[in-house]
Design a protein. Structure first.
Length: 75
């Protein structure tokens, strides 16, 4: 819950350029996604490029500066 305001701000800042997907890991479909992308801890943030390649991940908190840097590096 502590990361929500940060993620909301990132989502607003990059609206139309970045898609934020939130999963409730208590739901069966989210558990399938967790297995596919091999994450066990929440919150886990995974940053993908437009082609779906994982660029980085972090657990616990997301750094808006890291997101901005990744967005600037992406076409």
């Amino acid at each position: 819950m502590a990361a929500k305001p940060v993620v909301d701000g990132i989502e607003r800042e990059f609206q139309g350029r970045l898609q934020v997907i939130r999963l409730n890991v208590q739901e069966p479909v989210a558990l399938q996604v967790a297995r596919r992308y091999r994450f066990e801890y929440t919150p886990t943030f995974i940053f993908f490029d437009a082609q779906g390649t994982e660029l980085w991940r972090t657990i616990g908190a997301v750094d808006p500066l890291q997101v901005r840097s990744s967005m600037e590096a992406s076409p």
